[in-house]
Write a protein that binds this ligand. Sequence first.
Ligand code: E4P
Length: 217
Amino acid sequence: MKFFVDTADVAAIKELNDLGMVDGVTTNPSIIAKSGLNILEVTKEICDLVDGPVSAEVVATDAEQMIAEGRKLAKIADNIAVKVPLTWDGLKACKVLSDEGNMVNVTLCFSANQALLAAKAGATFISPFIGRLDDINLDGLELIEDIRLIYDNYGFETQILAASIRNANHMSECAKIGADVCTAPPNVIKAMANHVLTDNGLAAFLADAKKANIKIV
Ligand code: E4P
């Protein structure tokens, strides 16, 4: 499973990228607004840093404008994935932009039917939002399972990019189901390293090392 980082925090991306943990990056208008940075400038900086796809989202709502914005975003770098919302106009924009050879990430997916349409429209990635479904007492992971089944039934090449990841458990569950990619904030990726038994075990080892005066360098 590929790891995308869901942030525009360049320092955080760099730290994870240096560890080989970054296969791509996703942003959205809320993430860009929170960064306070210019979308074109910060996206370029991220594209220069990371080899994999970097999703940059359009803000128009009609197909024609989305296509114009998508073309402009795609000019930032070769590794841009244009992100469009899963609306009827978004699907039209997806088809045109993907036919032009761009990577397209169709976002705000909350149903298997939406994912089916995105695949038919030539999406490179479909982004089902797990956490936001869980927030309203639906089952985000079940949606990933359903999309995996449907895409495998028909050999769709659209990659399932599990998004709105809220905790480390989401990451391993998505990996078990067979999501192609998970995009998560840096703190969630770092939290995957945590286990209470690791902390307890290390504390005991260090106490014993101190007692025995073990020194290595
Ligand atoms: C990524 O592409 C999405 O925009 C992001 O994961 C949404 O996450 P949120 O639901 O935590 O805002």
